[in-house]
Design a protein around this ligand. Structure first.
Ligand code: GLN
Length: 226
């Protein structure tokens, strides 16, 4: 049976279609989930896409976190549902407390848009098994509020438990603590990162690199084998 991966659309989501396309290219079936809908339509995993949900008012992701769909996602993620938050989706995950920490405005106070090199630090999460630890990948990055921060104890815990999943290489584009680009929860089913793997899945576009496809093939393998 084909794995079904839900992609949530909030008002202001921008990258939901690209996320659906990445899911399809990996070989899974994308399922559109609407923010007002509590029902997840029996999907096997969920992607929270990038964008500007609720116009980034208050803080990015702060309003989306209270969407009906998030009530169900929070409950099911705690029970093991794989969830990937990309950029604005990562912001929603920290606002939802499915992942620790918070996002501040970029240190430069400017919106940053670039191809970003990353180092894979954890290849054991539900979304990263098709990578290897130490692998260097390049995917687009585009955000204004991407500076990951947390209290010292949380950072120590993330580092000690190997829960920093991705780190910025060459350039730290936003001033994130310890060059953190993405993290995972302790169980490894919830992963969030600021750069956009769904924009690097086809050789015909962008830099021609497909370094982001591994997120979607990783989850597919995990779903098929479970
Ligand atoms: N690309 C995005 O998802 C943008 C995220 C968010 N709105 C920001 O600017 O930080």
């Amino acid at each position: 049976m084909t794995a079904r991966i839900g992609v949530v659309t909030f008002p202001g989501s921008l990258d939901d279609r690209d996320a659906q396309r990445a899911v399809r290219l990996a070989g899974a079936e994308p399922v559109a989930l609407w923010h007002r809908d509590k029902d997840l339509h029996q999907v096997d995993a969920v992607v929270l896409p990038g964008g500007f949900s609720y116009g980034d008012y208050l803080r990015c992701g702060a309003i989306s976190r209270f969407s009906p769909v998030m009530d169900t996602i929070i409950e099911q993620a705690k029970a093991g549902l794989p969830v990937l938050g990309i950029c604005n989706g990562f912001q929603v995950l920290t606002e939802s407390h499915l992942l620790p920490g918070a996002m501040l405005r970029n240190e430069s106070l400017h919106f940053v848009c670039r191809d970003q090199k990353l180092r894979v630090e954890n290849a054991a999460t539900a979304w990263t098994t098709d990578y290897t630890v130490g692998q260097e990948i390049s995917v687009p990055l585009k955000n204004g509020e991407g500076r990951f921060t947390a209290d010292a104890r949380t950072i120590d815990e993330l580092e000690a438990e190997g829960r920093v999943a991705f780190r910025y290489l060459d350039v730290n584009p936003n001033g994130s603590i310890n060059d953190i680009a993405g993290i995972t929860n302790a169980a490894g089913n919830v992963v969030g990162l600021m750069p956009h793997p769904e924009h690097a899945v086809e050789p015909l576009v962008g830099t021609g690199r497909t370094d982001g496809l591994g997120f979607f093939t990783s989850i597919l393998k995990q779903l098929v084998s479970s």
